[in-house]
Design a binder for this molecule. Structure first.
Ligand code: NAD
Ligand code: ZN
Length: 244
């Protein structure tokens, strides 16, 4: 393991442009379950059923029951040492940008400034009818679904549901950075949700190096990962930063 930390530190020290792709795993130690964690939210609510845009359009009241629970968890969560380590790397100018699949706002709460929200952010609510946007904290989020103050339509959390497109700016900026980066940290993602999952491959195909941190191996580990560091990100990431 020590040798792997050394190799990863060497890659990061030598690279000119480092980016990071994060997934639900980085927030598990903040108390937000990932898709697969036993007993979590997603054991109760099948994401394919509850996180599809058609389901929301058909029956927003049903989906909001799940969203209330999700909001309560994410709005009370605090960044953990993994989020703080990435903010520290950015401060030291060793990390250009984080591309996150998470919707929990914890990178920003940790102090990271260059964060691309690939799947949106649950702390905002959008009106699909008139385009108005609101802060989630402006509403009392239990009871009945929040309504647009302009047109009374049911609001939708500003997150990308299955069946919806990735926000254009996030997609374009991620692609630009992936083509620029000579190293990528891939943290806590099963790397199966396309197109986020293609980002490490773009970096690799341009000759960049891939450092992966996860509790378990993924489809990347034995294909494009150069250095795999196994363990909880709240522990492994501070360990890595301490070696830079
Ligand atoms: P995923 O649930 O498919 O995979 C999570 C990965 O994290 C797994 O590979 C797991 O082994 C790893 N992991 C779990 N705990 C870890 C830890 N402590 N340290 C390091 N790794 C750990 O998540 P995904 O790849 O992000 O894809 C799921 C989709 O669900 C994403 O689109 C994301 O937007 C969404 N989601 C977001 C949140 C959130 O905002 N926190 C939570 C659940 C799901
Ligand atoms: Zn409206």
């Amino acid at each position: 393991m020590e040798e792997r930390y050394r190799q990863a530190a060497e890659i990061l020290n030598d690279a000119k442009t480092v980016i990071c792709l994060t997934g639900a795993g980085i927030s598990v130690e903040s108390g937000i379950p990932d898709f697969r964690g036993a007993g979590g939210l997603w054991a109760k609510y099948d994401p394919m059923e509850y996180a599809h845009i058609d389901a929301f359009r058909r029956n927003p009241g049903k989906i909001w029951k799940m969203v209330f629970e999700l909001m309560e968890i994410t709005m009370n969560a605090l960044p953990n040492p993994a989020h703080l380590s990435l903010a520290e790397l950015e401060k030291r100018s060793m990390l250009r940008s984080i591309i996150t699949q998470n919707i929990d706002n914890l990178h920003q709460a940790a102090g990271s400034r260059n964060v691309i929200e690939f799947h949106g952010n649950a702390s905002r609510l959008d009106c699909l009818n008139c385009g108005q946007s609101y802060g989630a904290s402006e509403f009392d989020l239990n009871g009945s679904p929040p309504l647009c103050r302009d047109c009374s339509a049911v609001l939708k959390p500003s997150v990308v549901f299955f069946g919806e497109a990735i926000p254009m700016r996030a997609l374009a900026e991620s692609e630009r950075l992936s083509n620029l980066a000579d190293a990528i940290l891939v943290i806590g993602t099963s790397a199966v949700v396309y197109p986020a999952s293609s980002i490490p491959f773009i970096v690799k195909s341009n000759g960049g190096r891939v450092i992966e941190m996860n509790l378990e191996s993924t489809g990347l580990t034995h294909s494009i990962t150069d250095v795999f560091i196994q363990g909880p990100a709240g522990k492994t990431l501070p360990e890595l930063v301490a070696r830079l």
